[in-house]
Design a binder for this molecule. Structure first.
Ligand code: BES
Ligand code: MN
Ligand code: ZN
Length: 498
């Protein structure tokens, strides 16, 4: 789909549908809307506003005929809701709803939207154009690779029309940012939606290599033998039940200038989580191809970073393997010495994510980064606590956590802090090793976080639990059901702001 922004007069735009917005609590038309209104003989104000046929509640819509008085076939009036409730995240949600609605309507190949939201406060053209484009691009995502009948969107061309020629540069930049973000999100969603039969440690590491070539990043992929020499023992213990060889990938984006900061991103990369010998019930296993969402997310973020080019060095790490039951599986009661020397008694083979992350966190220490951020579909307990639309965030630096939550808010991704208390280590106590890999039934997400903390020396470490948010079974705002690409927006904005 071709999407762009341009200074254009609403009365002269040739398209199938011209979209304009009105607030619920202030239906005064803007100067350019007034001009449009008079060129269609006052139809907009007469028919829809004066007679109060159109309430303009959030995402309400009404189609107005133009009787060919202007080049556009039709006008769509959309409700922006209440002025004080409106912001860029609402704008994204709104545009997603409009795009979906229009895509299903008859013959709407070419749409044009006025730059919405600009006339309602302190938003700038850049942010509004980006928010609108993200909504449209995200709403039309569908994983139809394996369907004979494809769901190709009928919308082919989208124009965002600007009143003010001065806004053009900023709006174009906003559209371009949205394209970068959404194409990374599409990549990530595709990889998460891909079944475990084809998204394997091997194929994902090949994808990462191709990305590196394409984006001029450096990459190293380690195989089992190399990992044995590197003492990735807890990771290899999880991997040993599978017939597929584990891989560890390390991608690096280096800025042209001297980097101001160094950030390490770590993504959990279990390509299928059967639970291992602590096998999951069939129902819980159904979506376990998504247990590499953390990996797919860091691969998405490295793409936005390579395109946006901040003066920040960014590393993306992921240990990829399957968690399978077999004659070679790691077992309950096994004692593993992690890369950092600490010993772990395996209490539950289904708590595999934290084991694979442990060695990667230790590896990350060697990079001496300013910040380490891990992203993982780590616990069902996080879903119980926060549901499918809020990501759990925890770590050892409250300021850093606050800043990431704030960035999430700005782009409509909700994060909520869960506590990690030092004395939670008690729950991980083992009779035979330094710790075990699970606690009791209680505070599962926090205890998993406490476990991870044993393996990092970084003072600015954040753990993001996306077990609920990476893959949703009901559509939510601009997101369709299935993989979401959550945190790509938040963390891209975060890295761009440090
Ligand atoms: N991959 C799962 C967590 C998960 C559950 C992600 C549901 C997405 C949806 C993780 O490896 C796991 O199995 N965690 C266990 C930990 C428990 C054994 C301490 C869990 O949450 O049940
Ligand atoms: Mn598991
Ligand atoms: Zn898992």
């Amino acid at each position: 789909m071709d999407i762009s922004a341009k200074h254009q007069d609403l009365t002269s735009i040739l398209c199938n549908m011209l979209v304009i917005g009105v607030f619920e609590d202030d239906k005064t038309l803007t100067p350019s809307q007034k001009k449009l209104d008079s060129s269609v003989g006052g139809l907009i104000s007469d028919y829809l506003i004066k007679k109060e046929g159109f309430k303009a509640k959030f995402a309400d819509s009404e189609i107005v005929p133009t009787y060919l008085k202007i080049p556009s076939d039709k006008i769509m009036l959309v409700g922006l809701g209440k002025k004080r409730e409106f912001d860029c995240t609402k704008l994204t949600e709104l545009c997603a709803k409009i795009a979906k609605q229009l895509d299903k309507a008859l013959n709407v190949k070419n749409i044009c939207l006025e730059l919405l939201g600009l006339h309602c406060g302190n938003f700038d053209a850049n942010k509004c154009a980006q928010a609108m484009s993200e909504g449209i691009l995200l709403s039309l995502y569908d994983f139809d690779k394996y369907k004979n009948k494809k769901s190709t969107p009928q919308i082919k061309k989208v124009r965002i029309a600007l009143d003010n020629p001065k806004d053009e540069k900023a709006a174009k930049a906003g559209v371009s940012n949205a394209k970068i973000i959404c194409s990374a999100m599409d990549f990530t969603k595709d990889l998460i939606n891909e079944p475990a039969q084809s998204a394997t440690p091997e194929t994902i590491s090949e994808i990462a290599k191709n990305l590196a070539t394409e984006l001029n990043l450096s990459i190293k992929v380690y195989n089992k033998k190399q990992l044995e020499n590197m003492n990735f023992n807890t990771f290899l213990a999880v991997a040993q039940g599978s017939e597929r060889e584990p891989k560890f990938i390390h991608l690096v984006y280096k800025p042209a200038k001297k980097a101001r900061k160094k950030i390490v991103l770590i993504g959990k990369g279990i390509t299928f989580d059967s639970g291992g010998l602590d096998i999951k019930p069939a129902n819980s296993m159904l979506t376990m191809k998504t247990d590499m969402s953390g990996c797919a997310t860091v691969l998405g973020i490295i793409q936005t970073i390579a395109a946006l080019k901040p003066d920040v060095e960014v590393h993306a790490l992921s240990a990829l393997c399957e968690n399978m039951p077999s004659g070679t599986s790691y077992k309950q009661g096994d004692i593993i010495t992690a890369k950092n020397g600490k010993t772990i008694e395996v209490d539950n083979t289904d708590a595999e994510g934290r084991l694979t992350l442990a060695d990667v966190l230790t590896y990350a220490d060697e990079l001496e980064a300013d910040e380490v951020i891990d992203i993982a579909t780590l616990t069902g307990a996080c879903i119980v606590a926060l549901g499918q639309n809020i990501t759990g965030i925890m770590g050892n630096n409250p300021e850093q956590i606050k800043r990431i939550i704030e960035k999430g808010k700005e782009c409509g991704e909700a994060l909520w802090e869960l506590p990690i208390f030092d004395d939670m280590q008690e729950m991980l106590k083992s009779d035979v090793a330094d710790m075990r890999n699970t606690g009791s039934r209680f505070a599962g997400a926090s205890v998993a976080g406490r476990f991870l903390q044993n393996f990092t020396k970084c003072k600015n470490w954040v753990h993001l639990d996306i077990a609920g948010t990476a893959f949703i079974d009901k559509p939510y705002k601009e997101l369709n059901k299935g993989a979401t690409g959550v945190l790509i927006r938040t963390l891209t904005n975060y890295i761009m702001s440090i």
